[in-house]
Design a protein around this ligand. Structure first.
Ligand SMILES: NC(=O)c1ccc[n+]([C@@H]2O[C@H](COP(=O)([O-])OP(=O)(O)OC[C@H]3O[C@@H](n4cnc5c(N)ncnc54)[C@H](OP(=O)(O)O)[C@@H]3O)[C@@H](O)[C@H]2O)c1
Length: 207
């Protein structure tokens, strides 16, 4: 399979977990992948594991200078981004009555502020028709004990597209559900509606 042949991808948090698994899959599908994270040691391990068509750039999504440095390297070497996956994330469990300002600032600093500037600073490099994938969480929709701040930081990153969808875009979602790629998707509603803003407008009375 080579669904991403020749594509350039940037994956923040690409040294571990979902980001690393995504990077491995993207390379299998023909992409060249830049992975980022704070710890160089973990990035080195990930590069070794992925093995080819991968470069690591150390950086913290909370630092605008780091983001500039990451994208400057991609711009110099490849000149564009086809796919941005923002997977860096932080979770720390604190009950509502025990939430501290440092817990709040760190959670929003990485999950919301960090993600916003990760996307904003990539925009000049993202080609027309490119994809931006934000890794949110079920916690954005569902209340979980001691997840108040995390849930809010994930709910903060739901974008709208503000346009009518094309039938082919719905067909692509149907194909995904019909394929092996959705083998771990069960009992879920896949909402394909261009984002929550459009849905809200549709059901809001005129003002
Ligand atoms: N795992 C789950 O069950 C689950 C469920 C729902 C949603 N999610 C979301 O999915 C995403 C990935 O989760 P995961 O479990 O795969 O995470 P993970 O294994 O803990 O990996 C997190 C990655 O993000 C990097 N990272 C963390 N803070 C960063 C920062 N400030 N700047 C740059 N990179 C940073 C880490 O590297 P360094 O530490 O070296 O920086 C690492 O590469 C997160 O956004 C998470 O909230 C996960």
């Amino acid at each position: 399979m080579s669904r991403l042949q020749g594509k350039i991808a940037v994956i923040t948090g690409g040294s571990s977990g979902i980001g690393l698994a995504t990077a491995r899959r993207f390379v299998e599908e023909g992409a060249y992948v830049y992975i980022t994270g704070r710890r160089q040691s973990e990035l080195d391990k990930a590069v070794k594991l992925i093995g080819r068509h991968v470069a690591a750039v150390q950086g913290d999504v909370q630092s605008l200078d780091d983001l500039d440095r990451i994208y400057a390297k991609v711009a110099k070497e490849k000149g564009k981004i086809d796919i941005l996956v923002a997977s860096s994330g932080f979770v720390e469990h604190q009950k509502l009555g025990e939430i501290t300002t440092s817990h709040f600032d760190k959670t929003f600093g990485i999950n919301a502020r960090g993600l916003l500037f990760t996307v904003q600073k990539a925009l000049p490099l993202i080609r027309d028709g490119g994809s931006i994938v934000l890794i949110s969480s079920i916690a954005a929709f569902k209340g979980l004990p001691a997840h108040s701040t995390y849930s809010a930081s994930k709910a903060a990153v739901r974008p709208p597209l503000n346009r009518i969808g094309r039938p082919e875009e719905l067909a692509a979602a149907v194909l995904f559900l019909a394929s092996e790629d959705s083998s771990y998707v069960a009992g879920a509603d896949l909402v394909v509606d261009g984002g929550p803003e459009r849905a809200l407008r549709r059901f809001s009375p005129p003002v």
